[in-house]
Design a protein around this ligand. Structure first.
Ligand SMILES: [Zn+2]
Length: 246
């Protein structure tokens, strides 16, 4: 009997302890709920503020987009697009890594026309004896033929092919001097490219500056004429900006 009594006493003590634990747990829960509720008004404000912030995000991102919308001040040149067939010898169809330079060349083949040189580049896919091309060819009468689109590799400027746009220029004689019409179109095209790809004067270079090859001959032999050409490009850009009222 005594053992039984002890057992029931122990049992009731356990019950009391359990009840106490429950009461404490309930009190702690109530305290936690109270603390949480007391924070609510503050949280509401923060959420509102956050909502306002998030709703204004699209407006903030849209605004700079319109501000930085790229408008080329130089009018688009009259370009005759005659893209070469993609092939291993003149238009590999490979993207450039970037467009950091405009490289000026001369064809070294007096009196040939832009069309003839374009057609020669195209024929290389069948001849398969030499790799050669250019993004653009400027002709004796100032005509411009696009052979390889900018942003695609053309075979003209050796180690710079993957970072540049190349322009080949026709000429009349062994001096390699460009005709006035060729020169005018070259200035226009270069100016347009400089603005289009956000370049500057120092990024207009000659084939000579890449490999030391005497190309474009006249503008290697006459350093002053080369500098004059770069000035003419930059001045033309300024003229175009002024004409647009900037
Ligand atoms: Zn060259």
């Amino acid at each position: 009997m005594k053992k039984r009594q002890r057992h029931t006493e122990k049992g009731s003590r356990r019950c009391v302890r359990r009840a106490l634990v429950w009461v404490i747990a309930l009190l702690l829960t109530a305290l936690a709920v109270y603390l949480l509720l007391s924070q609510l008004p503050k949280d509401d404000i923060d959420v509102d503020a956050l909502l306002k912030e998030s709703s204004s995000i699209p407006i903030e991102t849209e605004a700079p987009e319109t501000e930085t919308e790229h408008i080329n001040p130089v009018p688009y040149p009259d370009i005759d697009e005659q893209l070469l067939t993609i092939n291993d010898w003149s238009r590999p169809g490979t993207k450039t890594d970037a467009i950091e330079y405009v490289v000026v060349h001369y064809l070294g083949n007096p009196k040939t026309t832009a069309q003839q040189n374009h057609d020669y580049f195209e024929s290389l896919k069948d001849l398969q004896d030499v790799s050669m091309s250019a993004n653009f060819v400027v002709g004796l009468e100032g005509e411009i033929i696009e052979c390889v689109p900018p942003g695609e590799i053309a075979y003209a400027s050796n180690s710079m092919n993957h970072l540049s746009i190349s322009i080949e220029n026709c000429h009349l004689d062994d001096s390699g001097r460009f005709t006035e019409a060729t020169y005018t179109s070259l200035v226009h095209l270069t100016a347009w490219l400089v603005c289009e790809y956000d370049l500057d004067r120092e990024h207009i270079i000659r084939h000579y500056d890449v490999t030391g090859k005497e190309c474009p001959l006249y503008y290697v032999e006459h350093e002053d004429k080369w500098e004059e050409f770069r000035d003419d490009v930059m001045n033309y850009i300024e003229e175009c900006k002024e004409a647009k009222g900037k």
